[in-house]
Design a protein around this ligand. Structure first.
Ligand SMILES: [Zn+2]
Ligand SMILES: [Zn+2]
Length: 635
């Protein structure tokens, strides 16, 4: 290759690519070519085991492809029938009735032939998923006889037969929708009979589902309605499987089967007399309700009305006042230091705070006017200017408006903290001038000083704590009482859900009244409505369940105006229609009335469940509403 950089041959002829056979699987050219070719069917029918194995193995892979067409291989379909037909007529007889062949190896010849039959059926089953192939299979003269023979001869309980039957029934589903079974066909040749046995008695879930699907296809054809009465076993099986909500494929075919039965008016009327009617309705509603949980969202609406409230701890926000000691210290200072120190004590920086300039000036004036002989006051504008010296973030400003407002932004009055206030003496109706104390024991010590000075009036000792009006017979009793006013060392714990405000019943903030028990009850602090709202449509099997419920409802409530009959419940009922015992339809009428009565009772039984059903679609919701209306009217 390197030589090419230096030298290019004068006559460079491109070498044609060598024909290499593609030996990978599925790439042997001849049988994937579209031109008709019968080698595959020749191999299949050659009776040479290696050839048959090879052909079937290739076809199994090809049949996965949705482009695979049986018509592309002339004679192939006939070849595929050969081994299955052998098995359902001859081969199955070699299975030991005792099951010994499961313990000991069966003859090798039988094993290969059984496999050929299985593989041939597997290819046909997969091919049938293609529209064109399914038409071809449906039109083939061997298809129906093969299926009937298989259903007739093969015991579905034998392990060797189960897979064969599964494929056979899958192929049968291709024919089923257009198959009309004559009412006079004997049971031995009627595919419905073995299918219903499989559905009712087999332990193989795949087989049950496949047989249900096939039965549903055949029976949904109105021409086959006469066979519905023969399929009561399968109806019972469907009712039995229906509560298995977790097994969706089985649930779907079971519901479908029940639906096909009761879609026929006579069968629906008969179903009302079924002793399982109540349970069926309950299970149907439970299914809809169970699925509903995944389709809903929670909606919360806040309908809290206007509320009036006051702070639960109003003591905490009391303005701070200078103590005597603090004032004395400040008075020693010369201006402007006196003003600075005073501001530090009285004001605090607070970003969202705001005070009017007049308030600040008045406060200053009121504090220092009594001492103006010692030192003159500063001018108002000077005091306002000083704020910015103490608190640089504070800003004096004029707010425009109808009346201009002169304010200072960024400061606020210093507040008493509740901690300080809790141990404040409130003797002499709050008039005691002592500063708040640090602990309950200090407050108690202080309180004892007051108590030692209490003088009796008319032999009674009066408590003077805040607004207390308690009296005692002796100083000792007064002392024990007075101690109840001392708060505990820990502030009272507030429950996390408790609001910091007290809700009032009216706009009047003075909620302390003489008759607190007669006070109007305030509205709850928060009122919300929470409910579930469907956001998605239910899955199709829920709609089938709903449809079944509706059909049964309509049959049960069909004759609302029907005249009541004389029975145990309606003996001597006015307007009772006297029945003619010779009327030919006497029996029918009697059972219809009985069915309707039982049906209505069963619906009354599921009323609570119906009330909880919520569906996004309005039309479906109307169905539920209609049922509820009728049931309620009935009760
Ligand atoms: Zn005091
Ligand atoms: Zn008291």
């Amino acid at each position: 290759m390197a030589a090419n950089y230096y030298y290019r041959p004068a006559a460079a002829v491109p070498v044609p690519p060598r024909q290499i056979a593609n030996v990978r699987d599925d790439y042997e050219r001849w049988y994937t070519e579209t031109s008709p070719n019968n080698r595959m069917s020749l191999s299949l029918r050659s009776r040479i085991h290696s050839e048959i194995s090879w052909a079937l193995e290739r076809l199994c892979r090809l049949a996965y492809n949705e482009q695979f067409a049986l018509s592309a291989y002339p004679g192939l379909i006939d070849g595929l029938f050969e081994w299955p037909e052998w098995y359902v007529t001859q081969g199955y007889k070699q299975i030991q009735p005792t099951g010994a062949d499961l313990l000991f190896a069966p003859p090798r010849e039988f094993v290969s032939q059984h496999r050929y039959a299985l593989e041939s059926l597997f290819i046909m089953r997969n091919a049938a998923l293609n529209e064109q192939n399914s038409r071809e299979l449906a039109g083939h003269s061997h298809t129906l006889p093969l299926i009937c023979k298989a259903l007739e001869n093969l015991n579905y309980e034998k392990d060797q037969n189960q897979e064969v039957l599964l494929h056979i029934i899958d192929i049968f589903q291709v024919l089923a929708p257009n198959l009309v079974i004559n009412a006079s066909v004997p049971d031995s040749s009627n595919p419905i009979v073995p299918l219903k046995h499989i559905v009712a008695l087999s332990k193989n879930r795949s087989l049950i589902i496949s047989a249900f699907t096939a039965l549903n296809s055949v029976l949904s054809n109105p021409s086959n309605a006469s066979h519905l009465s023969r399929a009561t076993d399968s109806l019972d099986a469907a009712i039995r499987y229906m509560p298995l909500f977790v097994d969706k494929p089985l649930l779907e075919v079971s519901l479908e089967h029940i639906y096909i039965h009761i879609a026929h008016p006579a069968a629906a009327r008969a179903f009302l007399l079924n002793p399982k009617l109540r349970s069926v309705l309950k299970v149907l509603c439970t299914l809809v309700l169970t699925e509903q949980q995944n389709l809903e969202e929670k909606v919360t609406i806040d309908i809290t009305g206007r509320m009036h409230s006051v702070s639960a701890t109003n003591l905490a926000s009391r303005d701070y006042e200078l103590t005597k000691e603090e004032l004395d210290t400040i008075l020693e200072k010369a201006e402007p230091q006196r003003c600075y120190d005073w501001m530090r004590q009285m004001l605090v920086p607070k970003p969202e705070g705001e005070m009017t300039q007049v308030d600040i000036w008045t406060m200053y004036k009121d504090t220092f006017t009594p001492y103006q002989e010692k030192q003159p006051l500063l001018g108002a504008s000077e005091v306002i200017k000083n704020i910015a010296m103490v608190y640089p973030t504070a800003q004096a400003m004029v707010l425009p408006g109808q009346v201009q407002r002169f304010v200072v932004r960024g400061i606020d009055r210093r507040k008493n903290t509740s901690e300080n206030d809790r141990f404040k003496c409130q003797w002499d109706a709050n008039a005691c001038s002592a500063a708040p104390l640090a602990s309950p024991s200090e407050l108690a010590e202080h309180l004892f000083e007051h108590l030692s000075n209490v003088q009796p009036s008319a032999n009674k000792y009066h408590c003077a704590w805040a607004t207390c009006s308690q009296t005692a017979d002796s100083p000792q009793r007064l002392r024990s009482h007075a101690l109840t006013h001392i708060p505990s060392s820990q502030p009272p714990q507030r429950h996390p859900s408790q609001s910091e405000t007290i809700t009032l019943s009216g706009t009047d903030p003075y909620y302390a009244v003489n008759t607190p028990t007669a006070r109007a009850i305030p509205p709850p602090p928060k009122t919300t409505i929470v409910y579930e709202k469907p956001t998605l449509d239910p899955p199709s099997y829920c709609l089938t369940a709903l449809l079944i419920t509706r059909i049964l409802f309509r049959v049960a409530f069909a004759d609302v105006e029907a005249a009541p009959k004389a029975d145990d419940d309606h003996f001597g009922f006015p307007g009772v229609v006297e029945e003619d015992p010779d009327a030919p339809d006497h029996e029918v009428q009697e059972t219809d009335v009985e069915g309707s009565r039982k049906g209505r009772k069963a619906f009354a039984n599921i009323r609570n469940m119906l009330e909880n059903i919520r569906i996004r679609d309005d039309a479906l919701m109307n169905w539920v509403g209609e049922m509820l209306d009728a049931v309620s009217a009935d009760i």
